[in-house]
Design a protein around this ligand. Structure first.
Ligand code: PEP
Length: 255
């Protein structure tokens, strides 16, 4: 089965939640619950939590991620964070193009592409988020939207660099809404994404890419979603803030 060609990755996206002391507490709760995980376990946390998170996860199997990164190495970009800063902080993963960045902060496929290339150049792993709006799904253009995002966000990313890319399929209508895509809908788009990757990079490279589903994934629906052939993991928002729920999703990925 092709699923065995790639590692399952369960990543929490904490968004703008948890102060440094709260982050330490949550990670200390999660660590023992996921210590035997067969899958990769990642916590993507707010910038100010990174130092404490990296420290709290030393000696554990939890990897730390950031929620964005700028494409320039340094300079006059008030409020932004460079890949060099993230690397030195001990970060391994970076979430890019999350729909909340696209929706509220003017993120475009062009800037997602620039950020992705910078992250990969720095030797970090990129979790690139794509997904359609409800309106786009209703208009029947989900595949068109997702294919366009993949092509633009990965423009000029080499096959070698693709090894450090995870695609997170996150239908925007399912994020933070409690409305999960059905396992069938998730698989339909995740397998389509793999086909787009195969056209761009060849089948072998595409078969090696971890594709996550994200959008109200929780302890109750994770097992069914993760059982699908092309759903290799999850990007988890709300449920990643509760140790037991996050651990249950990790357990579902191991099953
Ligand atoms: C997310 O933030 O990427 C996400 C999927 O959120 P939620 O799980 O809360 O829908």
């Amino acid at each position: 089965m092709n699923k065995t060609l790639r590692k399952a990755v369960i990543a929490g996206n904490w968004k703008m939640n948890k102060t440094p002391s709260e982050a330490k507490e949550l990670l200390t709760q999660i660590a023992p619950l996921v210590k035997d995980a067969q899958c990769e376990v990642v916590a993507c946390v707010p910038y100010v939590d990174l130092a404490v998170a990296v420290e709290a996860c030393k000696g554990t199997n939890i990897k730390i991620g950031a929620e964005n990164a700028h494409w320039e190495e340094k300079g006059a970009f008030t409020g932004e964070i460079s890949t060099g800063m993230l690397k030195e902080a001990g970060v391994e993963y970076v979430v890019l193009g999350h729909s909340e960045r696209r929706q509220y902060f003017g993120e475009t496929d062009e800037t997602v592409n620039k950020r992705t290339k910078a992250v990969l150049k720095a030797g970090l792993k990129a979790i690139v988020c794509v997904g359609e709006l409800l309106w786009e799904r209703e208009c029947g253009i989900t595949e068109e939207v997702v294919a366009r995002q993949i092509k633009l966000d990965l423009f000029d990313v080499s096959a070698e660099e693709l090894k450090n890319v995870i695609i997170a399929y996150e239908p925007v209508w399912a994020i933070g809404t409690g409305k999960t895509a059905t396992a069938y809908q998730a698989e339909e788009v995740c397998s389509f994404i793999r086909a787009v990757l195969a056209k761009l990079y060849g089948k072998e490279a595409a078969d090696g890419v971890t594709i996550q589903y994200g959008g109200s994934m929780n302890d109750a629906n994770a097992a069914e979603l993760l059982s699908k052939e092309d759903v290799d993991g999850g990007l988890i928002g709300g449920a990643s803030l509760v140790a037991e729920k996050f651990a249950a999703i990790v357990a579902a990925a191991n099953a």
